[in-house]
Design a binder for this molecule. Structure first.
Ligand SMILES: [Cu+2]
Length: 68
């Protein structure tokens, strides 16, 4: 199990938090997603088959790219 926290500048409201948590938690292997509106971060706990690359790709697809 791996925990990562990403900075996601596009988070601007509670709807963003809801969208990110809903979409990323659908990914197989993701066990927890907690997005924070004020900090503009998402903390994600995952294991295989999920990978950081897959999570970042999904976040990009739904218009919440991870800050470089
Ligand atoms: Cu929003």
């Amino acid at each position: 199990m791996t925990t990562v926290t990403y900075s996601i500048p596009n988070i601007s409201c509670g709807h963003c938090v809801h969208t990110i948590q809903g979409e990323v938690s659908e990914l197989e292997g993701v066990t927890s997603v907690v997005a924070n509106q004020e900090a503009r971060t998402a903390t994600i706990v995952f294991e295989a088959p999920a990978t950081e690359d897959k999570i970042k790709a999904l976040l990009g697809e739904i218009n919440y790219p991870v800050a470089a």
